[in-house]
Each structure stands twice: as C-alpha cells, then as structure tokens.
Design a protein around this ligand. Structure first.
Ligand SMILES: Cc1cc2nc3c(=O)[nH]c(=O)nc-3n(C[C@H](O)[C@H](O)[C@H](O)COP(=O)(O)O)c2cc1C
Length: 333
C-alpha cells in the first residue's frame, strides 16, 4: 500500500507517544515551533472507547474518550496509537480512527504499565505472538470497512524478560505492518539501562530479508535531532523516535538541546501550552501541566524561585500573570 510512510524523508524524525505529555495541547505547540516528520497521539484504550459508548448508550461522536483522539491539520502526518488485547475491540477502534481522518494506526505492544498488562495488552503481547498478529490483522480489517485505507504499524520492545528479536520481529513482520518502532529495551529493563542501539542493525537485516516494505524506527535515549540523525546513519534505521527529550524542549526537532532556548522564549512557550491545554483538553486536570512547568523552567538563574511561584497557578491566566510579574528578573539573565 502506498501511504504517507513512503513519502517521508530518510531518515525521518518522529515524536513519541507519551500519555499525558504529547496530548493535543503539546502536539499543537510542537507543530508550531518545530515540527517533526511524523507525530503520534497518546495511547488510547480501544476497549475503553467501546465500553464507554456502550455503557452510556451514546454515539461515538459523544464519547468523552474521543477527546484524546483530536488533532489539527498542522500535526499531519499523525498516527493514533491504540491498545487492546481483543481483536474485536481493535477492529472497532481502528475503524473509528480511520473515519476520524488520522493518517495511520499504531498498536502499542510495549507498554509495561501494570494496568495495561493486566488486560493482556501493551508489553504482555510480546508473550502472545499469535494474538499480536491477530491484532494487527484486526486493525487492518477495521480500516477496510472505511474508505480510508490507512496503514497499521506497531511500537514494541526488544523482548519481554530477555531480548528475543530473532523470533519477535519475524512474527510481527509476518502480519506486514507498515512500520515497526522498537524501543530498544526489554520489558524487564523498563527504562533502567541504556537503550541497546547496537541491536538496530540486526533488526534492519531481518526486515530486509523478510519484508523490505516495513519501515524500522529506533527509539530510546535520543537527546536531539543531531543525535537522532547520527544514530540513523550508524544503524540504518529509517526513522528515529524521540520521547523524553521533548520535555521542556519543543524545539528538539530543530536541533536544539534542552535549555539552549532563552528563558524568555521558554516561558512564552509554556504559557501558550497552558492556554492550548485549557482549550483542547478541558477533561484533564491543570495539575498535569506541572510536569511541563518543571521541565520548561529550569537551568537558568532564578529558575528555582520562579518555578515555585508558577507551580501555584491553577489556570493559564494565573500562570501568565505570575510569569509577567517575574519577567524582569528573567529578562536580565
Ligand atoms: C510519561 C511517558 C508516557 C509514555 N506514554 C506512552 C504511550 O502512550 N505509548 C507508547 O507507546 N509509549 C509511551 N511511552 C514510551 C515512549 O514513547 C518511549 O518509548 C520511551 O520514553 C523511550 O524513548 P525516549 O528515551 O526517547 O523517551 C511513554 C513514556 C513516558 C516517559
């Protein structure tokens, strides 16, 4: 299938899905200040979408969980990430996502969160290869009920308790996903060890021999665009996904490293983010923004004091007010 994946530059840079971080508000900001080649939504529970609709007896359009599936044109190409262990739920949610106009669907097969794994989803699927393949097929089938033939990809890890790429990657490739993103650690390793970038070359070789059409993205510990491009060159990955390095640094895809952006510009971006947050994610508590305040306001003289004041804000207007009252000290740094 000829999709947006084939039109991406090589190597390409991707924004990682991060629950309560890369939501509609932060993606809007990133798209405006320094867009990557492709973006992911936060992950959304396919079962949650279905059951909320059934319990409340409402049409999909009134489902409150659909708020996590909103996006703007400037974010394109954008992929919606889903999780489930039930093919019927995956088919339902994939059809929904295709109808919403997303450019692609990604299935999460790497999340180590207990609540996700308890459902048999996320990283638990690494232990259930047949089910993993069935989920990819179900997503494709769901999409086929619409006129939007969008591609299906997978994000996973190198194995569960140990690295099992030689079995796991061919299994996934047998279902012909458009792309595979590999977070270069096992489930057991969580994020406690450095990502195993040395494994990418062998993943690319497996891909070349089994299904050359599937794109390979590497993920883990990438600090900036320069680092990403270097890693792509060294390993042969088609694309590189960046996650935590976007905390406080929506300019990461422009090549800026954290704290390189002047404090004034960072504050302005934080305030813009707070307003987007209120406008686009009214279902989320303002408390969620605090991790952004910590990440944006650090590494300059006076940052600790200013951060403590900003943390007291309970809405975007208050945040802007506190920032403007303290602008002079920041200006003179
Ligand atoms: C706060 C947070 C939320 C995350 N949420 C998701 C998610 O919704 N879906 C997913 O596939 N991975 C999720 N991840 C994992 C990241 O996408 C990425 O694989 C991981 O952080 C490693 O990449 P990095 O070193 O560039 O951050 C999350 C990570 C963090 C830190």
């Amino acid at each position: 299938m000829n999709s947006f994946w084939q039109k991406l530059p090589k190597p390409f840079l991707a924004l990682a899905p991060m629950k309560d971080v890369t939501d509609a508000a932060y993606r809007r900001l990133i798209a405006q200040v320094g867009k990557p080649d492709i973006m992911w939504s936060e992950f959304v529970s396919a079962d949650g979408l279905y059951h909320t609709r059934e319990i409340k007896k409402i049409p999909d359009s009134e489902n409150p969980l659909m708020r996590d599936l909103q996006f703007a044109q400037i974010e394109r190409p954008i992929v919606a990430q889903l999780f489930s262990s039930k093919p019927s739920m995956m088919a339902y949610a994939s059809e929904l996502v295709a109808r919403l106009g997303f450019d692609g669907i990604d299935i999460n097969m790497g999340c180590p969160d207990r609540s996700v794994e308890k459902q048999g989803a996320g990283a638990a699927l690494i232990k259930e290869p047949e089910l993993a393949v069935a989920l990819i097929k179900a997503a494709k089938e769901g999409v086929s009920h619409t006129q939007h033939s969008i591609p299906v990809s997978v994000k996973t890890r190198t194995g569960y308790t140990k690295e099992t790429l030689n079995e796991w990657i061919p299994t996934l490739l047998s279902a012909e996903p458009a792309a595979l993103t590999i977070h270069l650690r096992t489930r057991k390793e969580l994020s406690d060890v450095p990502a195993h970038w040395e494994l990418v070359e062998s993943i690319v070789k497996l891909r070349d021999s089994i299904n050359p059409n599937t794109l390979v993205l590497g993920n883990g510990d990438v600090q900036c665009a320069t680092d990403a491009l270097q890693k792509a060159k060294e390993t042969g990955a088609d694309g590189i996904m960046i996650g935590e390095a976007v905390f406080g640094n929506p300019w990461v895809f422009l090549g800026r490293i954290r704290n390189e952006t002047p404090p004034q510009e960072r504050l302005a971006a934080l305030i813009a983010l707070a307003y987007y947050f209120e406008e686009l994610t009214p279902q989320k508590h303002f408390q969620i923004l605090k991790k952004h305040i910590k990440a944006f306001v650090c590494g300059f003289d006076g940052a600790t004091e200013l951060r403590a004041k900003l943390m007291k804000a309970t809405n975007a207007t208050q945040l802007a007010h506190i920032a403007s009252e303290n602008t002079i000290s920041v200006c003179h740094i």
